[in-house]
Design a protein around this ligand. Structure first.
Ligand code: ASP
Ligand code: MG
Length: 413
């Protein structure tokens, strides 16, 4: 059995759905579980719908363009009397029902945004069936069980594994299911965190003991840098799990950070392939040793550098550091880079404004706090001499750090 994952771009319009279907069709001799994201930018639009519900604003005004976007795709894929029109309509109507219920913010968010995946998988399944591919639609919420941490559901692996294992004994060979969503112990829909569909694919694959996972993307594979920023970027033929996991840690967005661990633990290779040209080799992430890896460059924008200064001529010590770390952990903020000196401790974090302002307020009770925003953190992993010099010597570097394998510079844009 193989697991495929198709992201939003691979189902963003009727043509993309047809292309995705033709890729699936070319694997019709295999047993496949296909995990699909919401179409195009649907999740962003549904976030706006959720916020309109919460703010008691005009929900329909946010929802209408989204309904029309899906209806247009349907009209291009199906004859007008096809039952899929009514199915999709019903799901969108359920959002307006949610507006009448009392629910906590994050819980409501998950009930609303999960609709994107429900709709996209229904459309793809029905379309595959017009091609006689006998696709079976699975409700991922009957397989992926989480706790009740809405927006960041933590997987209950024991329950999930038992449910997914039952799939292998069913006769069918093509299952279509939703990425990103699961079920809480109370029976509500949860989500696994933005861009979480890759993780869903890894969950299914590890619980099934799949042969491989393939993530189909609009890039030719995993590249050593974002080609929009460095046009000379190259595709890795293969990457060890460890390198791939670390690159997601430093902010490479090609694969969701939670994806690698379950696959590496189960020894299941992860392939990243191009949906526009499936004949390209793509990248194979697996247990391997690559002698000389190209330097890997990750740009992380929207960084904020915070410095906590001691004001009374005492030095930064463990007690003060523990105050800082406690504040960070209470607000669930992750440090991307840190450095200390005699009287100050500086660290770089993603600039999520409201959270960061709360953090600064907490820290101001103990320190003089300075901060800088609009920074980019550049990580160069497995650097060579040329890359090392180039990135250190560029303009605007305000902080740098290096180990024997990794250079990080924080740059003012
Ligand atoms: N549709 C969700 C998102 O946009 C999940 C995913 O695409 O992986 O975050
Ligand atoms: Mg997506």
């Amino acid at each position: 059995m193989k697991v495929f994952k198709f992201g939003g771009a691979s189902v963003k319009n009727a043509e993309a759905v047809r292309n995705t279907a033709s890729i699936i069709q070319s694997f019709s001799s295999e047993k496949l579980v296909v995990v699909v994201s919401a179409m195009g930018k649907t999740t962003n639009a549904l976030e706006r719908v959720a916020s309109a519900i919460l703010r008691k604003q005009d929900v329909l005004a946010e929802l209408k363009p989204l309904i029309e976007y899906h209806a247009e795709i349907l009209r291009q894929l199906f004859p007008s009397q096809h039952p899929v029109f009514a199915q999709v309509e019903k799901i969108f109507a359920s959002i307006q029902e949610l507006a009448k219920q009392e629910m906590l913010e994050d819980q409501l968010y998950d009930q609303v945004v999960s609709v994107g995946e429900l709709v996209s998988t229904i459309i793809l399944t029905e379309y595959l069936n017009t091609l006689n591919l006998h696709a079976i639609w699975l409700d991922a919420r009957a397989y992926v069980f989480t706790d009740a941490t809405y927006r960041e559901g933590k997987v209950d692996w024991i329950k999930t594994k038992a449910a997914i294992a039952s799939l292998t004994i069913q006769g069918s060979s093509l299952f279509i299911t939703q990425g990103f969503i699961g079920r809480s112990p109370e029976g509500f829909t949860t989500t696994l965190g933005r861009e979480g569909s890759d993780f869903t694919a890894a969950i299914f694959a590890s619980c099934l003991g799949a042969e491989s996972v393939t993530i189909w993307k609009d890039v030719p594979g995993v590249m050593n840098a974002d080609p929009k920023r460095l046009p000379a970027a190259v595709v890795f033929e293969e990457l060890p799990f460890k390198e791939a996991a670390e690159m997601t840690y430093y902010g490479a967005s090609v694969i969701h950070p939670k994806t690698i661990k379950p696959l590496a633990n189960a020894g299941i290779p992860l392939l990243v392939k191009n949906f526009d040209d499936p004949s390209l080799p793509g990248t194979r992430i697996h247990e391997c040793k690559v002698e000389e890896l190209q330097p890997l460059i990750v740009f992380k924008d929207n960084q904020c550098l915070i410095s906590c200064k001691v004001t009374d001529y005492t030095f930064i010590d463990e007690e003060q550091l523990s105050v800082i770390f406690k504040a960070l952990s209470e607000l669930d903020i992750k440090i991307n880079l840190m450095q200390n000196s005699a009287i100050s401790f500086s660290f770089c974090v993603d600039f999520r404004e409201s959270k960061i302002l709360k953090l600064i307020e907490k820290l101001q009770h103990h320190f003089e706090v300075y901060y800088n925003t609009g920074l980019t953190l550049i990580t160069v992993k497995n650097y060579d001499e040329k890359a090392f010099d180039h990135f250190r010597k560029q303009q605007g570097v305000i902080l740098e750090q290096s180990s024997r394998s990794t250079l990080q510079v924080l740059v003012r844009n």
